[in-house]
Design a protein around this ligand. Structure first.
Ligand SMILES: [Zn+2]
Length: 462
């Protein structure tokens, strides 16, 4: 149905406003068939032809552009003001990164779409204005969990403990929108003796993480207005909002579902885009993430949707934004210091062309040099970062394997680039020289893992 009042959650099934606009803009990209590039030809081309700027010293991977384009008629899905500035484009990226596929052929032929990041100068929000939510396929074959990492589990546990303590979430009912396999909701219920409702199309009943299953009801579906009558004390939504294109409409739906119950606690967690921009972290920009937030742009969305912000901070080495809010009546409220980030955002946006180009050229050259020297290189971590890293750089045969500690991903293949996903134990036979670490926060964990396996390889963190 296309109406913003209906079922459109997670940017799937129905076209969002952004997706409809994207349709007009994406006649070039569409769903082009994936063709594995031949590696005999280097994928770098001279820069002058790509971004057209003198600030980029070396070549960029094919399909990447920093060309500016003003979309004066485009409406910001966050603050609803007109005018967005396109600043980063990648052609033909896979439309998913966490779906499990059983063959290299399926991985290479997975449908592709266009990335076109656009910046709203009014609120600092960033969206992929070529995103088409109808192409998404969130289902039980969607493997997003990071819960196999001890480092991530420790973070999730300390977050749950902090929230339970600070907001006295004990003996309460907790709804988690986009609960994935349910690990965090299970923690909230076990640590605070709470009752839970988890909603996610990618939930897998056989993997119910809760020891006290009677206290949690999982629903294999997208959250929508159909669930507006669920009366709960706490609403959690972690790493889900960045997959949703009509962000204001989504928050407005939640606010209307809460109605006049002013004591419902709302907890959101999303990646911080200021870090992505400052680091030129092209591996953090991929099709599944159609929206990108800073603490300020997230707060502005919440205020516009009639929430009062209670807490807003960065965690996980500054990678994630955590926001706690209560329903309010108006969008007016005093902004905290962390919300006043438009200047910082604008500077990072202006510098992104250089920071990102530097990173792209560095990693493309590094891979080429390692390949030329006959070095065996693997990636560690097969999630969205790996897919974005490999496909943006145009890497195929130079890297044969991607390691993942999640046993459900073994024997599957990275979408778009086609590497086989293997267990850490596989490395005792493969003996890599280099391990590119997709998130530096896991370096210690990976180093210990390799030591235990007796594998000597140099870690190269992104
Ligand atoms: Zn805006």
């Amino acid at each position: 149905m296309g109406s913003l009042d209906g079922r459109y959650v997670l940017g799937t099934r129905e076209k969002s406003q952004v997706a409809r606009n994207a349709g007009r803009l994406s006649s070039v990209d569409g769903l082009l068939p994936a063709v594995r590039p031949k590696r005999s030809e280097p994928s770098i081309r001279p820069t002058g032809a790509v971004g057209g700027g003198g600030d980029v010293q070396l070549g960029l991977p094919e399909g990447v552009s920093f060309e500016r384009l003003e979309l004066s008629e485009e409406r910001c899905p966050n603050c609803r003001s007109n005018g967005l500035s396109v600043f980063y484009t990648v052609r033909n990226v896979p439309m998913h990164s966490c779906l499990l596929v059983s063959s290299q052929k399926k991985a290479l032929e997975y449908p592709r779409g266009g990335l076109q990041l656009s910046f709203c100068h009014a609120c600092g929000f960033i969206a992929n204005t070529r995103f088409d939510g109808t192409a998404n396929n969130y289902c039980t074959e969607y493997e997003e969990t990071q819960g196999f990492s001890p480092r991530f589990r420790a973070f999730a546990k300390s977050l749950a403990e902090r929230l339970i303590e600070k907001y006295d979430i004990r003996g309460k009912s907790v709804l988690e929108i986009g609960c994935g396999k349910g690990e965090f909701l299970a923690l909230m219920c076990e640590l605070g003796d709470n009752r839970g409702i988890g909603i996610d199309p990618a939930y897998v009943p056989e993997r119910n993480p809760s020891r006290t299953t009677r206290s949690i009801n999982f629903i294999q579906d997208f959250y929508s207005e159909a669930y507006a009558d669920l009366e709960v004390d706490v609403i959690c939504c972690r790493h889900t909002l960045e997959h949703i294109a009509p962000t204001y409409a989504f928050m407005d739906m939640i606010r209307r579902a809460i109605g006049d119950r002013r004591d419902v606690l709302v907890l959101f967690e999303v990646p911080d885009v200021i870090r992505v921009l400052k680091e030129g972290a092209f591996w953090d920009i991929y099709y599944e993430h159609c929206t990108y937030f800073s603490a300020g742009s997230l707060a502005r969305l919440f205020r516009a949707s009639r929430f009062e912000i209670d807490d807003l901070y960065l965690d996980y080495d500054g990678q994630y934004i955590i926001l706690a809010a209560y329903p309010g009546e108006s969008s007016i409220g005093p902004a905290s210091e962390i919300e006043n980030d438009l200047g910082d955002l604008s500077r990072a946006f202006e510098r992104f062309r250089q920071t990102c180009s530097d990173r792209l050229v560095h990693w493309r050259n590094t891979i080429d040099e390692l390949t030329a020297a006959g070095q065996r290189t693997v990636l560690w971590g097969s999630g969205s970062k790996a897919v974005a890293f490999l496909t943006t750089l145009g890497i195929t045969d130079e890297i044969e394997y991607v390691v993942d500690i999640n046993p459900y991903k073994r024997g599957r293949f990275t979408l778009g680039a086609g590497q086989e996903i293997v267990s850490p134990e596989f490395l005792t036979r493969y003996r890599p020289d280099k391990v590119i670490v997709m998130n530096p926060i896991y370096c210690d964990e990976i180093g210990r893992n390799l030591d235990q396996l007796g594998v000597r390889a140099e870690l190269l963190p992104l």
